[in-house]
Ligand binder design. Structure first.
Ligand code: UD1
Length: 426
């Protein structure tokens, strides 16, 4: 397995192109299951998770064709076509690699009337149940059978539509329910739905395919089912988490970086946290400029569903705060077990104490390089960030987590002056 080696202490300066959003890509790709016409997605990030999702769609009988990269875009253009669905089973081999595979459940059910999906794997950041996905689909008329290790959902004669109120906000369950409801016979209403920008991206793509959805951007989505959807061409939104991660990289190294293509409108809570910590963030013609100010100061942050602070930014902001003056408190309210980066950061000289859902960070004057192990995608990025600021060499292993979610990470960081390279682990 490859490792990433970082020699820390360089200020990052320059421009970083932000890729298409992983979490949007992974919910837009399964939309292709909803129509026999082609769905062309532009600005797809080059990520292991996108490739894995492509294999999953191939397994259902869909063709996936990379049309190349358009010069004005950084990402790929892919056409996905579900002429015929040849299998309604999402096999364990693929599902275990990527939790988002579960997002084929709703669209397969809506188009083919049945779906069998093995229970998901993905990041080890807590229990990650799927009960809300199943309840929402049941409310739309699905019958669900839970067997050892897999879920079988059926809707003989198609889904009828229905009303469902999510007891807690779930991004994935909202996406599954939406993709199912658009082809249901009747109307549906999803209450306390997730409002993440990636959900808005999904809604816009579905509308471009002929879906009828009201309340886009709110927590109440009303869907009028249609008998058929058609093909479309849709551009994946910029990755707000990737942009936020590189903002932390600029801040922790005392540098100045322009995040080209970043959309400040989707990043409100992250920008607020950066500014509160003393980082200067300004909108530019091409995106966002992030510059370290007079030094970082400690802050209190708490994750929450959008428009609150994304749990996917928690580990990276914590890394940035390790070198801030004073104390910080980082509270995680979405996932339990999402502090697995803490022991690794402590090995690099960080002063962090975890108490329940909060981590107390006492800023230190310096970090030192160390061998560290990546545990999940965003945790891995927090180790890279700490490594960029640390004295000496940091070696990050198990970097397949990073490859799942950061498009051309070393290339982008090298271009702004980081000393970072990938080595093959023998
Ligand atoms: C998505 C994102 C992930 C992000 C998360 C929260 C993708 C591919 N992944 O994950 O990067 O960290 O949103 O913003 O888009 N829950 C239940 N039952 C369910 C479903 C969820 O109890 O059936 C709970 C979860 O355990 C968690 C909370 O709901 O505590 C939110 O999870 P959810 O929004 O569903 O996360 P994902 O969609 O898995």
């Amino acid at each position: 397995m490859d490792q990433i080696v970082i020699r820390g202490g360089r200020r990052l300066n320059g421009r970083i192109q932000i890729s298409g959003a992983k979490n949007a890509a992974l919910t837009l790709m399964p939309c292709a299951l909803l129509t026999h016409e082609p769905l062309t997605l532009r600005n797809l990030p080059r990520l292991a998770d996108v490739d894995t999702f492509g294999h999953l769609l191939n397994n259902h009988g869909l063709s996936t064709t990379i049309e190349g990269t358009s010069p004005e875009e950084f990402g790929r253009v892919m056409t996905v076509r579900a002429n015929r669905i040849t299998s309604t089973v999402a096999p364990f081999d693929i599902v275990r690699k990527i939790r988002a595979s579960f997002l084929v459940l709703g669209p397969l059910l809506a188009r083919a009337g049945e779906a069998t999906v093995w229970l998901p794997g993905g990041d080890a950041i807590g229990g990650r149940p799927i009960d809300l996905h199943l309840q929402a689909l049941q409310a739309l008329g699905a019958s669900i059978e839970v067997a050892a290790g897999y879920i079988k959902a059926t809707a003989k004669g198609g889904l009828g539509g229905g009303r469902y109120r999510f007891p807690i906000v779930s991004v994935g369950a909202t996406e599954n329910a939406l993709m199912a409801a658009v082809l249901a016979r009747g109307s549906s209403c999803l209450e306390n739905a997730a409002r993440e920008p990636e959900i808005i991206d999904l809604c816009k793509c579905l509308v471009a395919m002929g879906a009828r959805i009201d309340g886009i951007g709110t927590d109440r989505l009303e869907i009028e089912g249609v008998p058929h959807l058609h093909g479309a061409t849709y551009t994946v939104m910029p990755d707000r988490i990737e942009a936020g991660s590189y903002a932390c990289a600029a801040a922790i190294t005392g540098g100045e970086v322009e995040l080209v293509g970043a959309d400040a409108g989707d990043m409100g809570a992250t920008i607020d946290a950066l500014r509160a910590a003393g980082v200067m963030v300004t909108a530019t013609r091409d995106g966002l400029k992030v510059a370290s100010g007079d030094g970082l100061r400690g802050i209190e942050i708490e994750t929450a569903p959008y428009p609150g602070l994304a749990t996917d930014m928690q580990a990276q902001l914590m890394a940035m705060l390790l070198l801030a003056r004073g104390r910080s408190r980082v509270t995680e309210t979405i996932f339990e077990n999402r502090f697995r980066h803490v022991p690794e950061l402590v090995r690099m000289g960080a002063d962090i104490t975890v108490s329940g859902r909060s981590a107390l960070v006492n800023g230190v004057a310096a970090l030192h390089g160390a061998p560290v192990v990546a545990t999940d995608l965003r945790a891995s990025m927090s180790l890279v960030l700490a490594g960029l600021a640390a004295h000496g060499e940091t070696v990050v292993s198990r970097i397949y987590h990073l490859d799942r979610g950061y498009d051309r990470l070393e290339e982008k960081l090298q271009a702004v002056g980081a000393d970072i390279r990938r080595i093959a682990d023998d």
